[in-house]
Design a protein around this ligand. Structure first.
Ligand code: SF4
Length: 241
């Protein structure tokens, strides 16, 4: 599995897919990407150290994803991320965080700030339609509003291509994301090992009617395939936390 890549177009940055102890939520109906975990911290650290050794600092920005939330990474890996940033002049790090860990974000930001590193948090809200998000996707955000989510997250991931989503719902999700958050990352559902399957008619609507309006927007990433960022693959659904 590829775990390091360089994103050159929008918001240029390096991206690493690290491995932690696993998502503590694990209930999102569409996701099998939490399967990339290991309970042996030393093994995780060794793998993560190998991946982080590839980081060059070319764009002074690093995105860290780990099939869960930042708090699933071991302490040695977190220290190595800081050391890597210091050595490679990286001033901004993006981490993933599920809603259940939102109270842990201030401490993370504080810790990195001590090293003059700015932390940005990305959260996989998937949609702002609460009923769909909680009853169909089982995301575990409760009734959280965009305002509430914004209190801990700077960026959101959205997941499109599921039965029941429409042109209006997808447009509304992107517009809400852009209104409240710095950046929006749209992931299109790809086939994986869960029972949730991509809905090709919804994906067609997205590709023809929605994507063209945002393709040149620097604040919107669009991943038609879950490996479009150059990391992941195999059986994982690459989205967000
Ligand atoms: S989408 Fe994220 S929060 Fe949901 S189960 Fe997968 S890894 Fe966990």
């Amino acid at each position: 599995m590829e775990r390091y890549s360089v994103l050159k177009d929008k918001n240029p940055r390096e991206i690493v897919l690290l491995r932690g102890s696993g998502c503590k939520w694990k209930r999102c109906t569409f996701c099998d990407y939490h399967l990339d975990y290991c309970l042996d911290e030393e093994e995780n650290y060794n793998l993560n150290a190998q991946v982080l050794s590839k980081v060059t600092g070319i764009y002074n920005k690093l995105e860290v994803i780990n099939s869960g939330s930042f708090c699933d990474l071991d302490n040695k890996t977190m220290d190595l991320i800081i050391k890597t940033c210091e050595e490679k002049n990286i001033s901004t790090v993006h981490f993933e965080c599920h809603y259940i860990h939102h109270r842990e974000v201030p401490t993370l930001k504080e810790k990195f700030k001590e090293h003059s590193i700015n932390v940005r948090i990305k959260t996989g809200v998937e949609t702002f339609d609460v009923d769909y998000r909680e009853n169909v996707m089982k995301k575990g955000f409760g009734k959280s509003t965009p305002e509430k989510i914004r209190t801990y997250a700077d960026e959101v991931c959205l997941l499109f291509g599921l039965t029941g989503q429409t042109e209006n719902s997808m447009k509304n999700d992107i517009e809400t994301g852009l209104k409240y958050f710095d950046r929006v990352c749209v992931n299109i559902m790809n086939d994986n090992t869960t029972n949730v399957k991509p809905d090709n008619s919804v994906i067609k609507v997205f590709a023809e009617k929605i994507a063209p309006n945002y393709i040149d927007n620097d604040r919107v990433d669009i991943l038609m395939e879950n490996t479009d960022f150059g990391v992941g693959g195999e059986s994982e659904e690459q989205t967000n936390d």
